[in-house]
Design a protein around this ligand. Structure first.
Ligand SMILES: Nc1ncnc2c1ncn2[C@@H]1O[C@H](COP(=O)(O)OP(=O)(O)OP(=O)(O)O)[C@@H](O)[C@H]1O
Length: 458
């Protein structure tokens, strides 16, 4: 760690604090995540999901892991540095992102996701705080919960952020897949337009309730398996009709609303894959596809899903090399390589994340959930964000704080994570600098009553 000069803390997550630092030799600015848990051997470190998955990713929309350092039993991840997370950008805006901005952000994220899913990983904890932005580029970060698709269910220890948690996970399905990331993206996409979470549940039961109130309760036709899952846990869905997504997201075009509704389908098997989403009409204006992303790649469907509304006949694929590791005594250098066969670290993760899985109904420990008063639906429920402004995680380590305290706590935390000089507000990227798409979408003001208020929520 002597090679790095630490500048300031930029994030404090559940598992680690993140610092901006400079490589003294090269002058390169990096982010260093210092893990809170101690690691007493390299073997233990190599079992970490974050290491297993991130070291194998090499994509412009996935944050790069440069080095893993273990020093005095403390584990550090050295990553490329990103200026903001998406939550920080949203909370400082007066109105939602324009359609063109949403398109650009999402197009990039879906490219990263397509790459990751094709390589057999899914993220499982997508949320605005884990999407990092520098200028016009957005990257997926925090692979702490990432899982190999090939790893064997049941997936028991998984507790993702509640507001973005897919219904099959809420209903404790022991088998789920990359479709959980697609659900989260539907919720995030809607939030980018409105600056308000689409499903701001205050508990797991309330989360399902919120989902029902937006997309209508599931039935045999829409999600037979969900009804079985609910039956198995003696849960009964509330009977609710769906709301009009276009009314909930007034600034979104028909294409955007169509894509969000596909991503937020009850049945995970009916949600489009990331590679399919890139062919949705919403992304038609994204005409420029970098040559590196045009190559044929394994696992991308050769044709768009036939007959699916909203999908066009264009084909995109993502490319990129896998990364290799070079374990040293206390440093793991992560370098791009040409073959995946050299990289696999396939052992099962033993790390105890101290996540106790929450369950629906009485077993959920609401004392672990911070308070949140939904500005949209005047819900009396509780949830919110913590630490770096992230939470509602249901990860089981966020104390219940009275809402008044949440405001000050989060304000304090957010001031801690603001980047650059103290008190300087993050500057949202200029739309005109966006790369991934055209500028055909309309920009609509969000009525002031619908402003993003999560910073006052906790
Ligand atoms: N590469 C990076 N560059 C700049 N900031 C970063 C970087 N990685 C993480 N951060 C900041 O630190 C915060 C916490 O990081 P991260 O999500 O990896 O930690 P965590 O302990 O896994 O958090 P969580 O509680 O979400 O699980 C992020 O929300 C982000 O604001």
């Amino acid at each position: 760690m002597d090679r790095y000069k630490v500048i300031k803390e930029v994030g404090d997550g559940t598992f680690g604090s993140v610092w901006r630092a400079i490589n003294k030799q090269t002058g390169e600015v990096v982010a260093i995540k210092k893990m809170k848990k101690k690691y007493y051997s390299w073997e233990e470190c190599m079992k970490l999901r974050e290491v297993k998955s991130l070291r194998r990713m090499n994509h412009p929309n996935i944050v790069k892991l440069k080095e893993v350092i273990r020093e005095h039993d403390i584990l550090y991840f050295v990553m490329e540095y990103m200026d903001y997370n998406l939550y920080q950008l949203m909370k400082d805006r007066g109105k939602g992102f324009s359609e063109a901005e949403v398109r650009n952000w999402c197009y990039q994220i879906f490219q990263g996701l397509a790459y990751m899913h094709q390589r057999g990983f899914f993220h499982r904890d997508l949320k605005p705080e884990n999407l990092l932005v520098s200028k016009t580029i957005i990257k997926i970060a925090d692979f702490g919960l990432a899982r190999e698709v090939s790893s064997l269910p049941p997936f028991t220890e998984y507790v993702s952020t509640r507001w973005y948690r897919a219904p099959e996970v809420l209903l404790q399905s022991s088998v789920y897949d990359s479709a959980v990331d697609m659900w989260a993206m539907g919720a995030i996409m809607a939030e980018l337009f409105t600056l308000r979470p689409l499903f701001p549940g205050s508990s797991e039961v309330d989360e399902i309730h919120k989902i029902c109130s937006v997309i209508g309760s599931p039935c045999q036709d829409s999600w037979a398996q969900g009804l079985q899952l609910a039956d198995a846990m003696k849960y009964q869905f509330p009977e609710m009709g769906c709301s009009s997504l276009s009314e909930l997201i007034p600034s979104a075009s028909t294409d955007a609303v169509d894509l969000i509704s596909l991503l937020c389908l009850w049945d995970p098997s009916k949600r489009p894959k990331a590679s399919e989403v890139l062919q949705h009409r919403f992304f038609l204006p994204c005409l420029y596809v970098p040559p590196t992303l045009r190559s044929k790649s394994v696992g991308v469907p050769k044709t768009p899903p036939s007959g699916v509304k909203g999908f066009e006949g264009r084909r995109y694929s993502t490319g990129g090399a896998l990364s290799a590791s070079k374990p040293g005594s206390n440093v793991l250098t992560v370098k791009p390589v040409l073959s995946s066969s050299r990289t696999a670290v396939q052992r099962k993760l033993q790390l105890d994340r101290q996540d106790s899985r929450k369950s629906l109904g009485a077993t959920e420990n609401n004392s672990k959930q911070p308070n949140y008063r939904s500005p949209a639906r005047k819900s009396s429920g509780n949830t919110g964000r913590s630490k770096n402004g992230s939470d509602a995680t249901g990860k089981g380590n966020v104390p219940d704080i009275p809402s008044g305290k949440v405001v000050s706590s989060v304000t304090h935390k957010m001031s801690k994570v603001s980047l650059g000089s103290v008190g300087t507000k993050p500057i949202p990227p200029s739309p005109s600098l966006m790369k991934a798409g055209g500028w055909h979408g309309q920009s609509s003001d969000i009525p002031s009553a619908r402003r993003y208020t999560r910073k006052a929520i906790g």
